[in-house]
Design a protein around this ligand. Structure first.
Ligand code: 6PG
Length: 237
């Protein structure tokens, strides 16, 4: 676990990882795929990437943006993960619009999941289906992406994208499944705040698979897993 003093320095460390990893990916394969997390924690990372010292260090023209999950609300809704990422980052950097691939729930959530799976398959084509970098958050109940405790998507063996429910919201969600997440080259968890202390300890304490703790199912098969936490989440502040 990499513990940074606060959300601000954790966000800068995450932005630095994006810069380094995108440079390596583009050198090696000519493009960089970045999967964004939703929720609130990554906002500061996105803002850093879109400004000052970071913005000019990413080759945005060769960057392809995806989402790890989306809430089935209109894309301009305050709760939309797409909206948050556009406001904090994408509206301020020069990623070609056709390289930004949001999850859109125009029809049913199942249709949205099917369409997104097809879009991912088209993106990877004949190449290995492994994202270069995936950012993830961790909910206080142990969920990550929209993979909630006990969800069927946790058992998924084949599908890359599934419908998800938090059980507490009046909208559905769409989420990447561990099948595709765990093929990534680099997965970075961003965890900040005292309210995450208990769950972060539980998720990282053991490696045993526990479907009540979806965060533990994230284990890249051949890639690297990085936990970035602030002192409050890590329990040392
Ligand atoms: C979402 C997310 C979700 C999020 C966690 C943590 O759409 O809600 O992608 O998995 O990352 O709920 O959210 P915070 O970082 O805001 O606590």
């Amino acid at each position: 676990m990499n513990v940074l003093p606060d959300l601000e320095s954790m966000s800068r460390a995450a932005a630095e990882l994006v810069v380094n990893h995108s440079t390596k990916a583009i050198e090696a394969r000519g493009r960089f795929s970045l999967v964004l997390a939703g929720g609130g924690t990554p906002r500061r990372t996105y803002e850093h990437l879109a400004s000052g010292q970071f913005r000019s260090r990413v080759n945005w023209g060769k960057t392809h943006i995806f989402w790890g999950d989306e809430r089935c609300v209109p894309p301009d809704d305050q709760r939309s993960n797409e909206r948050m990422a556009r406001e904090a980052m994408l509206d301020h950097v020069s990623v070609p619009p056709d390289q930004i691939v949001p999850i859109r729930c125009a029809g049913s959530a199942q249709q949205a999941a099917d369409v997104y799976e097809t879009k991912l398959k088209t993106y990877f084509g004949n190449r290995a289906a492994d994202f270069d970098m995936i950012l993830l958050g961790l909910g206080t109940d142990g969920h990550t992406s929209s993979l909630f405790p006990g969800s069927n998507a946790l058992e998924e063996k084949k599908r890359w994208v599934a419908v998800a429910h938090s059980g507490k919201e009046d909208f559905e969600r769409v989420s990447l499944t561990p099948v595709i997440i765990n093929r990534a080259k680099l997965i970075v968890f961003l965890v900040a705040g005292r309210e995450k202390q208990k769950i972060l300890r539980e998720v990282t304490a053991k490696e045993t698979v526990d479907h009540q703790l979806p965060g533990r199912l994230i284990r890249p098969a051949n890639g690297q897993l990085v936990w970035l936490a602030d002192k409050e989440a890590a329990g040392i502040a």
